[in-house]
Ligand binder design. Sequence first.
Ligand code: PSU
Ligand code: MN
Length: 308
Amino acid sequence: MSESWDKYVDVLPEVQHALNQGKAVVALESTIISHGMPYPDNLDCAANCETIVRDHGAVPATIAILKGRVKIGVTRTELEYLAQAKNVIKCSRRDLAAVLALGQDGATTVAATMILANRAGIRFFATGGVGGVHRGAENSLDISADLTELQTTDVCVISAGVKSILDIGRTLEYLETLGVPVVAFGQDRFPAFYTPDSGFDAPLRIDTAAAVARMLKVKWDFALHGGAIIGNPIPREYAMPPERINGAIEEALCRAGAQKITGKEITPFLLDTVKQLTGGESLEANKHLVYGNAALAADIAAAFSVLE
Ligand code: PSU
Ligand code: MN
């Protein structure tokens, strides 16, 4: 890192050291902390993810913006601040420059975390779910900037698939148009976040972390720029009954419509409403699927570091 952007960035020494040595590093996002889960579950989940990444042989780098500084890796104190701070701005690609210029706190979405991870030299990133094409997008045009980021930025995102608050079929079609590899890990079906089966076959299936690492090595060696989505199904013991979660999602979508929630507010609104409607069950599922993704991301990053 020696370009003009580095004056805005603080890389945690442990992360910088690992990157210098070519060791495995896994990025973790911060919108899930500030807008995806309530306190103190968010802090708990973020801290556990860091531990799991370490247990699987990689160094975690939670990415966020604090008082206008990009943080590649946060301290425990910073994590606690982020988990409780009010007025943290949900920050996607379009918001990054303003949040930095205005000295604000920003929680990075999948898109913004990919951008910052890539600049720091981090290739693997674990999250819960990626954004996608929203239901009704033919009228609202609401398509997450996560998808276009995956077209161009060389970061592999390990997620539990796409939540059925979105239009999963159209999300897969759009990713095909953008040329983004979409992999189901260890099964044929693309997973649907709270449940292992979205009802859609994934375009690709890969069964081991080493093979995922090899695919990305070839992709990037060929300068086929862009990311990939690895859909890692929620562990069966934490999966939700499909009728229960789908009922809650339908109701949450109705409420969002009635309250005219739009734009960047809609994903946090739906997550919170689904949590209330399931009596917190969706939150437990959410935490455990993120843990699975952190573990797999570290395994893939470790396998990739051997290939490099
Ligand atoms: N999915 C989740 N929890 C989240 C998000 C997605 O299960 O917190 C966040 C991610 O940061 C993702 C963002 O990048 O929501 C997508 O927001 P939008 O749909 O407004 O692009
Ligand atoms: Mn949107």
